[in-house]
Write a protein that binds this ligand. Structure first.
Ligand code: PMP
Length: 282
């Protein structure tokens, strides 16, 4: 935290932090497989970009943040872990003007719970009443804490009606993303996913597009409607935590259990992260 290794209970911040009061906070989520943070460079790059979109300059270089993550993972001693790097503004101002506030960085490392690894049942997806804001309403491409207000409300609604996750539309009524993952559909052997114009451009999403292309599966990036998701052959979600998660049902639709394309890509992704991804440790 801010350049020092500290025990979790000592990693504290002021209740007057500008980041807490005014949501000047961005973060990342990184999975560690067998001691190696996957796509570390991409995540730290996006962290710095998200911070910049909120007017915050990281007080460390991106290689310094990468090194901090690697060494904290080693210190924690977890083989499978989740790293949650955070950047936020300090408590020097109580108003709305962030001028003069310090920028803080922390890289908490959590043990990845084995229970999550086992829960790979298809997602019951709810259509949310909440929509993602237009790009001129919020810094939609930043992984900003403020965006998660909507996601948490959408997820809460979904759980209340017996679903596992929610699909959010954008301001035009097109499909945007789920609460913590991106959306793909399979139609006639072709992969389709919306362009990340009003939501987070997931790193897993980019990896999946690359893997599909390597497997010879055509990929089309275009706006998708709710009806197209409902009518698709297969639907899956992608994210660092979720990896590749099949969708079992959406609105009145229940998808067939075979899901050949989802299964192929999930297997390829599993190989990439667990076995063969190149060491990013310098
Ligand atoms: N959208 C949202 C809202 C997310 O929280 C996440 C998870 N970070 C994603 C998409 C997927 O991004 P990634 O693949 O980089 O984890």
């Amino acid at each position: 935290m801010d350049g020092l290794v500290v025990e979790p209970e000592r990693a504290q911040l002021s209740v007057l932090s500008f980041g807490l009061n005014n949501a000047a906070c961005v973060f990342e989520g990184i999975r560690v497989y067998q001691g190696r943070p996957f796509a570390l460079r991409e995540h730290v790059k996006r962290l710095a970009e998200s911070a910049e979109m909120l007017g915050m300059q990281l007080p460390f270089t991106t290689p310094e943040v990468e090194k901090a993550i690697e060494s904290t993972v080693i210190t924690a001693g977890f083989s499978d872990a989740y790293v949650r790097p955070l950047v936020w503004r300090g408590d020097e101002a109580i108003g709305i003007d962030p001028t003069g506030t310090s920028i803080h960085v922390a890289v908490p490392v959590l043990r990845w719970p084995a229970s999550i690894a086992k829960s790979n049942s298809p997602v019951r997806l709810h259509l949310s009443r909440w929509t993602r804001p237009a790009p001129n309403m919020a810094p939609v491409k930043a992984k900003a804490s403020a965006s998660y207000v909507i996601g948490a409300l959408a997820l809460d609604d979904a759980k209340r009606v017996g679903c596992d996750d929610a699909l959010l539309l954008d301001h035009n009524g097109d499909v945007a993303e789920a609460t913590g993952s991106n959306v793909f559909i399979v139609r006639n052997g072709q992969l389709e996913t919306p362009p990340p114009e009003t939501f987070l451009d997931g790193i897993t999403r980019r990896v999946v597009i690359r893997l599909a292309e390597e497997e010879g599966i055509p990929v089309v990036v275009r706006q998708l409607s709710v009806d197209e998701v409902a009518a698709a052959d297969e639907v899956f979600l992608t994210g660092t935590a979720a990896e590749i998660k099949p969708v079992g049902s959406f609105m009145q639709r229940t998808y067939a259990g075979e899901r050949p394309v989802t299964a192929l890509l999930a297997a390829a992704y599993g190989c990439l992260v667990r076995e063969s991804h190149p060491l990013e440790v310098k």
